[in-house]
Design a protein around this ligand. Structure first.
Ligand code: G3H
Ligand code: 13P
Ligand code: NA
Ligand code: ZN
Length: 310
């Protein structure tokens, strides 16, 4: 069935692992992810961004995920990623999602509380859970400005007031990750701020924490993309050992989108280079789906630790 994250997070927190939250935009992505999760009996969060909903349409995504529930028999949570307004969250809640994120992290603290609280009230009335965010994810440009750097991380002294005033069910924090395939300056040592995470956990014992921007940007994909006509110099992600460390902690949800895009793009670029005469989309989407499946299986077993926890 489609489920909320309540039970998933409780088990993950106590079990010292994390659930993968993978972004979905089309059928092959849904199939690649869910086939891996089924084989490994892993609990799963499939998430849909505003852009995904604009691309594929709510009903198509809803029905693809419902199909995945039928085909896998897994407990799957369908989550809105980075909801930017009450109206968008409400639309997803009314349309059958079991979890929504309201991301008002760019707003002033009081305003973030106000809008998050409004979403929580509506969501909880409808049996839906809410992820909120404090702190803004580091961008590579932000890293250059040392003075701005500390201000973008989550301030641990704010988290108790935020969670108690909003009633949110999980909290995304900023500890040095960022979205996309260019997360750190090449030549610098990527390092998440586990000290900030520790300070947050001290103040919110037992509360599920979420990490966005957690693709590891596997260099095998980047090299393949560059080898077969792409141009992604200096693409770099979060080292897997740091994600593993996060998964063992209070972090219960780890968001991955870019790695899916890289797996798909690398595989299709290679396929086109090696089969220039082929033009049936099934010919190149089949290995692309398989590459997603293998990448997700690796995350489940070697990074998240959520295999056989469904
Ligand atoms: O947080 C961003 C996710 O990777 C979704 O990206 O807004 O391009 O669908 P998107
Ligand atoms: P990545 O770009 O690192 O995959 O992050 C995805 C994400 O946080 C979706 O909300
Ligand atoms: Na965890
Ligand atoms: Zn995100």
């Amino acid at each position: 069935p489609l489920v909320t994250t309540t039970e998933m997070f409780k088990k993950a927190y106590n079990g010292g692992y994390a659930i993968g939250a993978f972004n979905v935009n089309n059928m092959e992505i849904v199939q690649g992810i869910t086939e891996a999760a089924k084989e490994l009996e892993a609990p799963l969060i499939l998430q849909v961004s505003k852009g995904a909903r604009a691309y594929a349409n709510h009903t198509y995504l809803m029905k693809l995920v419902e199909a995945a529930v039928i085909e896998t028999g897994l407990p799957i949570c369908l989550h809105l990623d980075h909801g930017d307004s009450f109206e968008l969250c409400k639309s997803c809640i009314d349309g059958g999602f079991t979890s929504v994120m309201i991301d008002a992290s760019s707003k002033p603290f009081a305003e973030n509380i106000e809008i998050t609280k409004k979403v929580v009230e509506y969501a909880h009335d409808h049996g839906v859970v809410v992820e909120a965010e404090l702190g803004t994810l580091a961008g590579i440009e932000d890293e250059v400005q040392v003075s701005a750097e500390d201000s973008s991380y989550t301030h641990p002294e704010e988290v108790e007031e935020f969670v108690s005033k909003t009633g949110c069910d999980s909290l995304a924090i900023a500890i040095g990750t960022s979205h996309g395939a260019y997360k750190f300056k090449p030549g610098t040592k990527p390092q998440l701020r586990f000290d900030v995470l520790d300070e947050v956990v001290k103040r919110l014992p037992g509360f599920p924490i979420v990490l966005h921007g957690s693709s590891s940007v596997p260099q095998e994909f980047v090299e393949k993309i560059n080898k077969f006509g792409g141009n992604m110099p200096g693409a770099i992600g979060v080292p897997e050992d740091q994600l593993r460390q996060a998964a063992r902690s209070a972090v219960c949800k780890i968001n991955i989108d870019s790695d899916l895009r890289l797996a798909m793009t690398a595989t299709i670029r290679e396929y086109f280079a090696e089969h220039p005469g082929d033009f049936d989309p099934r010919q190149y989407l089949k290995p692309a789906r398989q590459a997603i499946k293998e990448m997700v299986a690796h995350k489940i077993v070697d990074v998240l630790g959520c295999d056989h926890k469904a």
